[in-house]
Design a protein around this ligand. Sequence first.
Ligand code: ARG
Length: 475
Amino acid sequence: MKSKKLWGGRFEEAPSSIMVRMGESISYDKTLFAQDVRGSIAHARMLQKIGILSKVELKKMELGLLQVLKEIKANQFEFKIENEDIHMSIESRLTEIIGDLGKKLHTGRSRNDQVSQDVRLYLKDEIILILESFLSLLAVWIRKAESSIDIIFPGYTHLQIAQPIRASHYFLSHFWANVRDFEEFLASFDRADELVLGSGALAGVNYPTDRVFLQKELRLSAINENSIDGVSQRDHILKFLFSVSQFSLHASRFAEEVILFSSLEFSYFRLPDSLTTGSSIMPQKKNPDIAELIRGKAGRVIGGLNHLMVMIKGTPFAYNRDFQEDKIPLFDAVNQVKLVLEGVREMVRELKILEKNTEKSLKQGFATATDLADWLVKRKGLPFRSSHEIVGELVKRCTEKHWTLDTIPKEERKKIHEALVDPEYEEAISLETSCEKKDVRGGTARRRQIEQISKAKQKLNDLTKQYIQRKGKLK
Ligand code: ARG
């Protein structure tokens, strides 16, 4: 049987079942249908402009492509494995609708430049949606910081209580990490925002393709300079997968904090019932599944980045069929990052801090021991090494007797050092004072938090402008 493939001219035999099943990408790349139609309409218009299609032919072709689009959107399109991928599926349906004229569409184009262009258009569309969701997450961090500025929270290093901080400070630390993620996504958008059509299979095309016209039609910011590079590289996808991975790492670390801090042993956070799940066997359970899934998904998307890097690494010269599978981690990352953005946003919005428990831990964890040592230096003129030693002894004594820095009796303090019975002692170990003393830009003092919140708002404004500017570059 002679092959009926669009590329089947030179073939005597039809592809075997294994070739068809392994070669197909239609099962997943149908996601690109809208971008493929958009790219084809632009290409057809360019073909008319350079005299390959007449005006009447162009009109018919555009209407045909729009009908295909309509059929796919209405779920009335039959995807056939024999058509391999979205590009050939659309083209062969177009030919069914408008007859032999449909066969002119692929003039001066290869699927190699077509698929790269489609993915770039897809990335631009999806990144705009991701940025939109991101802006609302950033706004939620700021609101959370504003409402928690007067809550004192245990700050950790090595997962051991270190120093008191304002809860706003903690939430803003995640805000700034997410600002960098947002900027990565902006850069991924810019990386994708390039015309590759006209690269052909790899060498360029035998027609006077008007690439400037195509660039304007598709609203792209640049034209790639080298046709081999145009069809060879997947840096736009790598960059995007890196952006998703970086954000997912940040989300995963926050999720881990939520998991820990909402356990009985910490009890600093409470998630609402609506964001948790029960157990089918243990009636008492309330599990932070949303946070665990966010942590789990980080592994999945980082795996996707790794998948693509390893896949590309050994591919020689220009297009290789391996590249077909670049879309699997890409589509997955797009879907997952949207879920994670929404999940993190809802957790932040709904999270309650249980202040009694945070205060108890701060005290039991001697969170102001450093402040006391510094006070001994500043007010009592002791060298820091000595004050460190004295406070160390104080902590040791407290630990033995289950006291905290504010419950240890005066006479016990006196045994350790004269200076510890000074009337300013209470002040020196106060959580609030400890925060207020960190009066440096970026520090935890109240006025510095207010300053930071206003900086965060300015940043959000600036990022919103950048988002609007990129959105203007969509077709
Ligand atoms: N489905 C293919 C892909 O996603 C399209 C390009 C096919 N090109 C080729 N030379 N067979 O990469």
